[in-house]
Design a protein around this ligand. Structure first.
Ligand code: NAD
Length: 367
């Protein structure tokens, strides 16, 4: 088991997931259209399998297809999830999904650097696309993906599962209601000790970077939805203790800071060499909020100056896929966006973090 998986499993603890309660995460009603979102997963690795398992409990989304370069995995998935052989493809022939009326969307869950071309191919095949984070390896590529989906008139969503997590949403609700008053400070800690040095996550060509692309992005994205504003400047500093494992272009540890238009500041840490780092802290004029763990697979734990948060644990990927069905088919607006444009903003911020590391300068952001 990868150290990342172990880390996330540890955060899961032993609590039993409660039944999925769509009402908890719904901004409004479910809409009139109850069409089922029929999904093919591309990339049958560890996270693809987690999503496939979680989708077995969906009420509105259904796993119907699979795309893999390994024929034996396709056979396994057909057996395990009842997928029809006619809905299975490999990386050479998946453009033919165009002629398959039984697939509505393809969920791309492959190494980061492959997302760009794969998402564009799916869009050109006329299917909606869901893409894992990081959506791309830089903002230019991310924008090309958004443009390709616009051109093909398909929707592009990103697997930001925390945007549907009930305790996270409760803090956002409290912030919008003014319970905290003026937001002053956010701290986002995101990291784990990565294992096997030969994995793709440590290969710049496939990962597009190191810890920042994989786990630091949670602090980048979290700073935005916790503070409720877009950062206007960034500074960043990198440290590397193991240049053999973390080669040129593969960041091990980056500390970064944001300034927000309302005057709040953020201080964040992204690392592949320390454990126990999955914590968000928001400080404000009239109170505070903490999520710890903040982004693991759950249960998420949260408290505020008013007490413990008691919203039930729900399997993130189950809710995400049901909510995405409502977004794609009913035009439902999620409380925190999960579309490609939202992901382009994260990529612009990450580009600026890398530039700040390179130049030592404070970089202005215009999102
Ligand atoms: P993984 O290594 O377990 O799986 C990747 C899959 O892609 C494998 O099945 C592999 O065979 C396939 N693949 C296709 N082409 C490949 C190539 N050229 N090189 C290597 N593998 C190739 O990785 P994962 O943990 O499933 O991560 C996949 C994506 O999902 C990443 O973008 C990652 O950031 C994202 N992810 C998101 C979450 C989340 O909580 N949202 C969690 C884990 C991973």
């Amino acid at each position: 088991m990868s150290s990342r998986r172990k880390f996330l499993e540890k955060l899961t603890g032993s609590a039993v997931a409660l039944a999925v309660l769509p009402k908890v995460v719904s901004a409004g009603g479910r809409g009139n259209d109850s069409r089922t979102l029929r999904v093919a997963i591309m990339g049958l690795g560890s996270y693809g399998t987690r999503v496939a398992d979680a989708m077995q409990s969906c009420t509105r989304a259904k796993l119907v297809g699979a795309i893999s370069g390994t024929p034996s995995k396709l056979v396994d998935w057909q057996r395990k999830y009842g997928i029809a052989a006619k809905n299975c493809y490999n990386y050479s022939n998946f453009d033919a999904v165009r002629d398959n009326p039984d697939i509505d969307a393809v969920y791309v869950i492959t190494p980061n650097a492959l997302h760009h071309d794969q998402v564009i191919r799916v869009a050109r095949a006329g299917k909606h696309v869901i893409c894992e984070k990081p959506m791309a390896t830089d903002a230019k590529l991310a924008q090309e993906m958004v443009d390709a989906c616009d051109k093909a008139d398909v929707k592009l969503l990103v697997g930001y599962r925390m945007h549907f997590e009930p305790k996270t949403l409760e803090i956002i609700r409290m912030r919008k209601a003014g319970d905290f008053g003026k937001i002053k400070f956010f701290q986002g800690l995101a990291g784990f000790q990565i294992g096997d040095p030969s994995q793709w996550r440590l290969n710049r060509q496939l990962a597009g970077g190191g810890a920042m692309m994989d786990i630091g992005i949670y602090a980048v994205n979290g700073a935005r939805y916790m503070v409720g504003e877009e950062p206007v400047w960034v500074t960043a500093q990198e440290t590397k203790t193991d240049p053999v494992k973390f080669k040129e272009g593969v960041d091990e540890t980056i500390q970064f800071q944001f300034g927000f238009p309302g005057g709040a500041v953020a201080s964040c840490l992204s690392t592949y060499s320390m454990n126990n780092l999955d914590r968000f802290f928001l400080d404000a004029e009239n109170g505070w909020a903490e999520l710890f763990p903040a982004t693991g697979y759950g249960p998420i734990r949260g408290r505020t100056f008013k007490g413990e948060l008691s919203q039930p644990h729900i399997t993130h990927q189950t809710v995400q896929m049901d909510e995405m069905a409502a977004i794609l088919f009913d035009g439902k607006q999620p409380i925190v966006p999960v579309d490609g444009r939202e992901a382009v903003k994260d990529m612009k911020i990450i580009d600026a973090i890398f530039e700040a590391v390179r130049t030592g300068k404070k970089i202005s952001l215009h999102l």
